[in-house]
Design a binder for this molecule. Structure first.
Ligand code: PRP
Length: 182
């Protein structure tokens, strides 16, 4: 039985719902890259680390895992959209199939920056996978090729997602009580 922290308001996606969707996404990705032997999954730290770990282990196609870390200015309620790469991938992505793996697409600035940045490096193909999307928050149009769930505009934690770096390792995705989300 998982202990639910006091700060949690309500469960949005339980473990089984997430696991089922992750398996579906992995099956779709495995089918789409069936004839590819140089797929690189690029996880965007920190939020994607749990989703990426589960997704990668469900894939039936050969793949490498790499990571990047970003820094954004004025992240929070007001986003300027300014994003900076603070840790790059270990391997070159040129002439490789690249799949960016995100936990959530919110305003879209981060994914849009990543697609622009990686496209410039001339990969063989470039797609994006995100577990969650908040369409109401979108400020820039961005294509998500593999999407787990659309969710409403509420602050969510768990399964990699945080509030002030807490709650990332909860096995489910939940909303926070009002007094935390201020
Ligand atoms: C989150 C998430 C995405 C980004 C999405 O990262 O992991 O990278 O925000 O937001 P956007 O669509 O508005 O650009 P965050 O900056 O919270 O860092 P973290 O992953 O380390 O928690």
């Amino acid at each position: 039985m998982t202990q639910v922290p006091d700060a949690i308001e309500r469960m949005l996606l339980d473990e089984e719902t997430i696991a089922t969707r992750v398996r579906e996404l992995a099956a779709q990705i495995s089918a789409d890259y069936a004839n590819v032997d140089d797929l690189i999954l690029i996880g965007v730290l920190k939020g994607s680390f749990i989703f990426l770990a589960d997704l990668a282990r469900c894939l039936t196609v050969p793949h490498h895992v790499d990571f990047i870390a970003l820094s954004s200015y004025n992240r929070g309620t007001i986003s300027t959209g300014a994003v900076r790469l603070i840790m790059d991938t270990r391997a070159s992505v040129t002439d490789h199939h690249v799949l960016i793996v995100e936990d959530i697409v919110d305003t879209g600035y981060t994914l849009s920056y990543l697609l622009r940045t990686f496209r410039a490096r001339k990969p063989t193909s470039l797609r994006a996978c995100a577990l969650l999307s908040k369409p109401e928050r979108r400020e820039v149009e961005v294509a998500v090729d593999y999407l787990g769930f659309e969710i409403p505009n509420v602050w969510v934690v768990g399964y990699g997602l945080d509030y002030a770096d807490r709650f990332r390792t909860l096995p489910y995705i939940a909303t926070l009580k009002q007094e935390m989300d201020e």
